[in-house]
Design a protein around this ligand. Sequence first.
Ligand code: NI
Length: 273
Amino acid sequence: MAQPQLQELLEQLWGDYVRVNPQARAIWNLLESKGEQVMNDHIAFRTYDDSRIGINAVAATFIQLGYEPKDTYAFEQKKLSARHFEHPDQRMPKVFISELQTAEFSDELRDAVQGLVDQIKDEQIRRWDFPVLGRPWQVSHATYERMRQESEYAAWLAAWGFRANHFTILVNAFKSIDSLEQLNELLQDNGFALNRSGGDIKGSPEVFLEQSSTLASEVPVQFSDGTFTIPGCYYEFARRHTMPDGKLFQGFVARSADRIFESTDKRDRTQEK
Ligand code: NI
């Protein structure tokens, strides 16, 4: 069993995540009602590459709780880099942390990011529950919209801060659902919209990982200039395949994740509430 503190962190992350993303609870309930045991493959986090809050800062708590750094990834189109972390107890979810390469963007975006990060207090960053701190800065919807023109990722993070961007269910652990196709059909039959960017299923058995995800539901968020409805979090599903050496693939496939990132893109005009 994981140590109590890790269990507590995972529970806090899940509790926060289903508050922001009620569809995750509904999907979880749907799967349990089918007699399935829901097991997490990974939990994903987003951050900016500012050294105060970068991948290493978000990872610090997980490292303390026994996680080990594994592979790194580059997403050239979205201008992100990422790393995944694994716990020696393989039943614990992997942790996937990406960060925005702010040097690749305009001075305006970089200044806006710095303005956000400068608002965080050192003691907030040092908290053991930093990965589930929430949004530690004030930001206007106008800034959010300006960021969004350059990077949906930058804007999402400005609005939501530090929390699970998504949980991912390990489809391999299901008893009666054998494929992502079958799961996707079940979800769509029950009214959940999938992210179709790059096809319903990203990846293939040939790259040892298949993934799909819901589209993030839009939820009201309070900005410094009013409350606006924007995309929140999404739920992801992964089916892992066995490699030629007989081991189950544990990494990530950058080309697939590239399209999964789009699950939080804004899909229609912003509505002021
Ligand atoms: Ni993921």
